[in-house]
Design a protein around this ligand. Structure first.
Ligand code: NAD
Length: 245
């Protein structure tokens, strides 16, 4: 296993982009995955131009064949991954009565199936090596629920459950699994939610502002660090004080 090789999904934008840049800056060779090759390549190029190591790999994390290809490409370039960040995600807002089965299935496919498939891909080598870190990007809406976001909230709650259950299975074998549940963060995804939703959310935040992607990346970097050795199956919340557990 390469000592410091990371795969970050959905890293062509927002939080995933900030995470990829952060890990490259602290010495990881980063595989930048995104649905969009163009976005992934722009992030990887940015990392390389500032002296880091990164490769772009397009693929849809909800598709088994794509996940196999993402993993194979990452291993071919950087060796087995010592870190996986399951970050890829989508936003969609609708009242429950207007949600379709297709909306629900797509939400679960990207977030839950994607996290499951990517984890299945990296875990065997991590278990063989007796070390590895997996960090799943959930959302505080998986903890408290969000209006017009039943499918999103349910998918994020599933990710938190998956994190805890897998952490119980594999931590004694050297693989630490944790989740990060951000509050509202200034990214293109949050701009897809209605202005009313964003204004109401902002007004209720103890900190009085949305977070920045780089602030979430700091939490992820902490969880990946040796300093987080006792964090197992936890869900950390960089959320401007919106959720206090
Ligand atoms: P974003 O839209 O800026 O970036 C998400 C990226 O994921 C996009 O580049 C998109 O192309 C990619 N992507 C989408 N589906 C994919 C797929 N099937 N396979 C591979 N890549 C795919 O969004 P963001 O705000 O940076 O969100 C990143 C993660 O953080 C998501 O899981 C999101 O649910 C979560 N999150 C975001 C917020 C927020 O307020 N922005 C809050 C809590 C959690």
């Amino acid at each position: 296993m390469a000592a410091r090789s990371a795969i970050v999904t959905g890293a062509g934008s927002g939080i995933g982009c900030a995470i990829a840049i952060k890990f490259a800056a602290i010495g990881y060779a980063v595989t930048v995955n995104d649905l969009s090759l163009e976005r992934a390549e722009a992030v990887a190029l940015g990392i390389r131009t500032t002296g880091g190591t990164a490769v772009a790999v397009a693929g849809d994390v909800s598709r088994e064949a794509d996940v196999a290809a993402i993993y194979a490409a990452a291993v071919a370039v950087h060796g087995e991954a010592s870190l996986l960040v399951n970050n890829a995600g989508i936003a969609h807002q609708a009242l429950f009565e207007n949600l379709t089965v297709e909306d629900f299935d797509r939400m679960f496919a990207v977030h839950v199936r994607g996290t499951f498939l990517m984890t299945k891909a990296v875990l065997p080598a991590m278990l063989s090596a007796g070390e590895g870190v997996i960090i799943n990007i959930a959302s505080q809406l998986g903890q408290i629920g969000g209006v017009e976001l039943v499918h999103y909230s349910a998918a994020k709650a599933a990710i938190i459950g998956m994190t805890k259950a897998l952490a119980r299975e594999v931590s004694a074998r050297g693989v630490r699994v944790n989740a990060v549940a951000p509050g509202p963060i200034n990214t293109p995804l949050v701009m897809e939610l209605s202005e009313d939703w964003r204004a109401a959310k902002r007004a209720g935040l103890p900190l009085g502002r949305f977070g920045e992607p780089e602030e979430v990346a700091e939490t992820v970097a902490f969880l990946a660090s040796p300093g987080a050795s006792l964090f197992v199956g936890q869900t950390l919340g960089p959320n401007s004080g919106d959720v206090m557990l």
